[in-house]
Design a protein around this ligand. Structure first.
Ligand code: ADP
Ligand code: ADP
Ligand code: ZN
Length: 214
């Protein structure tokens, strides 16, 4: 099973990917996570990408497609993949077709998380993650069971992304509308698109995804 999770920043792609990884043993391939790892490690790609990411713009198609290619090459063939935050442009969608063919895979579903843009700023500005294990939280919508302690690993250290501020989010939403939303009709014409109400509670969104995948 290979699926794409599509949706603007804050739609819930990362949150739902983590749940699918737990339930189905799939692998999440998040270009955002890969790029942040590259920035942290100060690799040539990371150094190049940092400023672009801080502005909320898209890094080059070639950079992200190369990252995906390397990840797919390292995966065994029967591990299902969730593409999270990739593809984000028409050029990336074409590259993904080529990469899937190259690695002997095909797309099963393109799942669009349908969300209300007005809610996204609140989701993004309240987002934080465990500094140790990366588990995702929200100031209001997804708090740890014990305040200040990660549910998954017990760590008490958390972090916020530098690009999770209102100004950058507006740019990221505009990038989504201009460059990413236009790839949906391509997948629609292939009969791959499934829409899920991303404004529902986290658990309910997971149930909708289970209904599609199960
Ligand atoms: P994306 O990966 O699409 O950018 P995230 O999964 O990181 O989005 O979600 C953004 C923030 O919103 C996180 O803090 C997360 O806890 C919260 N969140 C995710 N899904 C929901 C939901 N259905 N309802 C309320 N908050 C949500
Ligand atoms: P979100 O889901 O919250 O929008 P991501 O973690 O997916 O954020 O992406 C963070 C940033 O990384 C983006 O704003 C962009 O600069 C860069 N990025 C991630 N994935 C891609 C991609 N597929 N193409 C171009 N840039 C990307
Ligand atoms: Zn943790």
């Amino acid at each position: 099973m290979n699926i794409i999770l599509l949706g603007p920043p804050g739609a819930g792609k990362g949150t739902q990917s983590a749940r699918l990884v737990d339930h189905y043993g799939m692998r999440q391939l998040s270009t955002g996570d890969m790029l942040r790892a590259a920035v942290k490690a100060q690799t040539p790609v990371g150094i190049k990408a940092k400023e672009v990411m801080d502005r909320g713009e898209l890094v080059s198609d070639e950079i992200v497609s190369d990252l995906i290619d390397a990840e797919l090459a390292a995966l065994d063939a029967d591990t299902g993949v969730i593409f999270d935050g990739y593809p984000r442009t028409e050029a990336q969608a074409h590259s993904l077709d080529d990469l899937l063919a190259k690695h002997g895979r095909s797309l099963d579903h393109v799942i669009e998380l349908d969300v209300d843009e007005d809610a996204l700023v609140e989701r993004i500005t309240g987002r934080y993650t465990c500094a140790q294990c990366g588990a995702g939280y929200h100031d209001t919508f997804q708090q740890p069971a014990t305040e200040g302690v990660c549910d998954k690993c017990g760590s008490t250290e958390f972090k916020r992304r530098p690009d999770d501020n209102e100004e950058t989010v507006r740019t990221r939403m505009a990038e989504y509308r201009a460059k990413t939303a236009p790839i949906l009709p391509v997948y629609e014409s292939r009969g791959l698109v499934r829409r899920v109400d991303g404004m529902a509670a986290i658990e309910d969104v997971t149930n909708s995804l289970d209904a599609i995948l199960g």
